[in-house]
Design a binder for this molecule. Structure first.
Ligand code: BJW
Length: 262
């Protein structure tokens, strides 16, 4: 990680009045949750998430799809938020305590941001912790884990499905509205741990840039948006985000100590 880039980003963050962050699966990778496009290990090794996360797969084989989601739900419940999640919660505290606005958009369904202390998180692709009745749409929370039958059913015997957004389905309207509004009005936009290939989520960074925001990408690898952001920062979010937040908001002497890094 380049220290000059860290210095520039943290200085811009210190001055920002309105910050939007969008996260993807990479931010939870250091909590041992496999990213969407990394191969899974073990039981689900030969299954393609791109095919399982569709209404067609659920219609064809609800047992298999709900078993896969229940496996992932259990993994998410056992996972622990990592320093990247915690740094984003602190970023929100710092910005809001200075009277600024902060919006966290996430494509993740794992609820780790909320468990790390982030407030009012905009869940663009729903949550794996909530399931809904396929007939009435009624949401069910606080469900037992793991389920005992697949697909799980309501007491009336109707199937439940995870309350997540599959390919070809619309994103929740309220979440989309908030994402458009915040992205078009922010002065700094961070894209963290996402391959930025799934729309409409992948389009918010462009919207923010067109509306005048400074843009940052934090990602282990180069992505489709790396060439278009003001500051592409290569590295693990669990290392990069705590450094950025610490350099932006800790006392001057801490920043000076940190400059010795690398
Ligand atoms: C690290 C790291 C570390 C790893 N530190 N980084 C416009 C153009 C083309 C197509 C479309 C379009 N508009 C809509 C579409 C169709 C479609 C789409 O986008 N398709 C593309 C694949 C081309 N979109 C939709 O269907 C959406 N619906 C919609 O738009 O409705 C209206 C409509 C429908 C049809 C046509 C037109 C309009 C719905 C999208 C729903 C996505 N759902 C999923 C599943 C959610 C439930 C579940 O979890 O099972 O959401 S798919 C999956 O992808 C999941 C993720 O949230 C999402 C994004 O993935 P993400 O988070 O970026 O993960 P990865 O694995 O791809 O990347 C991880 C990254 O982390 C990598 O870059 C690593 O390098 C990095 N990394 N370790 C930092 N430690």
């Amino acid at each position: 990680m380049d220290q000059n880039t860290i210095d520039e980003i943290s200085s811009a963050l210190r001055d920002a009045r309105s910050v939007v962050v969008i996260t993807g699966a990479g931010v939870s990778a250091e909590s041992e949750i496999p990213t969407f496009r990394d191969a899974m290990e073990g039981l689900w090794k030969s299954f393609d998430p791109m095919k399982l996360a569709t209404p067609e797969a659920f219609d064809a084989d609800p047992e298999m799809v709900t078993r896969w989601y229940d496996f992932r739900r259990t993994m998410c419940l056992e996972a622990i938020p990592n320093p990247g999640h915690i740094a984003l919660a602190r970023m929100q505290d710092e910005i809001e305590s200075r009277g600024g606005s902060f919006t966290l958009l996430t494509q993740n369904v794992d609820r780790l941001h909320q468990r790390a202390g982030s407030r009012d998180v905009v869940e663009l692709h729903g949550s794996i912790m909530v399931w809904r009745c396929v007939e009435t749409g009624r949401q069910h929370v606080d469900l037992p884990a793991p389920f005992k039958e697949f697909p799980p059913r309501t007491s009336e015997g109707t199937m439940l499905r995870p309350d997540v957004v599959w390919f070809g389905e619309s994103l929740p309207e309220a979440a989309l509205d908030r994402a458009f509004e915040a992205s078009s009005a922010c002065d700094m936009f961070f894209s963290v741990g996402t391959s930025a290939v799934v729309y409409p989520a992948a389009g918010f960074v462009d919207l923010a840039r067109q509306c005048g925001a400074k843009t940052v990408e934090v990602n282990r690898d180069e992505t489709a948006i790396s060439g278009g952001v003001d500051w592409p920062l290569r590295g693990a979010s669990g290392e990069a985000l705590p450094r950025l937040v610490s350099f932006a908001f800790d006392q001057d002497e801490v920043r000076e100590e940190g400059s010795a890094f690398e």
